[in-house]
Design a protein around this ligand. Structure first.
Ligand SMILES: Nc1ncnc2c1ncn2[C@@H]1O[C@H](COP(=O)(O)OP(=O)(O)O)[C@@H](O)[C@H]1O
Ligand SMILES: [Mg+2]
Length: 258
């Protein structure tokens, strides 16, 4: 069974058709890419998957279960986690708190917890802290654990957002332009981190990217979206050589590379 399957997804904003007849099959452990010019509908696809919008038409299946139109927190609880194109961090919280709060959102103490009382709770606290640190280490930001995020460099903040997304132990990670605004050094680090997350956690990753280089280095399969429609799908090399993709990107490639 596929992990995530999308069938004939269409979404309108008023008179604007942002996504048209979109299909996807994401297998467990796969890294897939979604590219396309600005305004192509990429972020809308993520917003549909995560329940921010209910699609005008089509179905979204997660582990065979129809999640179309489910509330975002339920979809998250099933195991779909994301980062945002414009980072959405909590301004006054520390790096460590970001990851811990995300974990708390998954905890239910329940009857057993009430029975064993504080000992269990203390154990859970320690466990949460230990797990938070190991995630911060994986994305290379453990040394800033006690710093408030707003004081940190942009590339570090992006990695904190990633650690937070991983804190709920998702089965799929959706990354919306994780390298946006990064300098070449930060970009290289982020590519390494995404690869590590994939290799060490065996996680499925669905990546929206603006920069061809990131997609080329990471993805097994890439789709190109243009005006809401998939115009090409294949390996990075196939997609890069596709005349329709070149046409969609040409004239914009300057901004893509810059
Ligand atoms: N909430 C919204 N209301 C109206 N139009 C929207 C909304 N979100 C996105 N759009 C429009 O839908 C199209 C696709 O946007 P988006 O999915 O953000 O593209 P991308 O992520 O590929 O740059 C754009 O024309 C955008 O202006
Ligand atoms: Mg976008």
């Amino acid at each position: 069974m596929s992990l995530l399957r999308i069938e004939n997804l269409t979404h309108h904003f008023g008179g604007l058709r942002a996504v048209k007849d979109y299909n996807l099959v994401l297998e467990p452990g796969q890294i897939r890419g979604l590219i396309g010019p600005n305004g192509a509908g990429k972020t809308t696809v993520f917003n549909l998957i995560t329940g921010v919008y209910r699609p005008t038409e089509g179905r979204i299946l997660f582990e065979g279960r129809d999640i179309t139109g489910m509330r975002p927190h339920r979809i998250a609880a099933l195991g779909i986690s994301r980062t945002f194109q414009n980072m959405q961090l909590w301004r006054h919280m520390t790096v460590l708190e970001h990851v811990k709060v995300a974990q708390y959102s998954q905890i239910t103490y329940g009857l057993v917890g009430a029975f064993f009382g504080t000992a269990r709770r203390r154990w859970e606290e320690a466990e949460i802290e230990r797990k938070a640190y190991s995630l911060l280490e994986m994305v290379g930001v453990a040394r800033w654990a006690d710093q408030v995020v707003t004081n940190l460099p942009y590339g570090v903040q992006r990695r904190v957002e990633m650690a937070r997304a991983l804190a709920t132990e998702p089965k799929v990670l959706l990354l919306d332009e994780p390298t946006a605004g990064m300098n070449p050094e930060e970009l290289k680090e982020m590519i390494d981190i995404i690869r590590q997350v994939h290799d060490r956690l065996g996680m499925s990753i669905f990546l929206i990217e603006h920069r061809m280089r990131v997609v080329m280095e990471l993805c097994e399969v890439v789709q190109t979206l243009n005006f809401g429609e998939v115009i090409a799908e294949g390996t990075p090399d196939e997609v890069r050589a596709d005349p329709a993709v070149i046409e969609a990107y040409l004239g914009r490639e300057v901004e893509v590379v810059a």
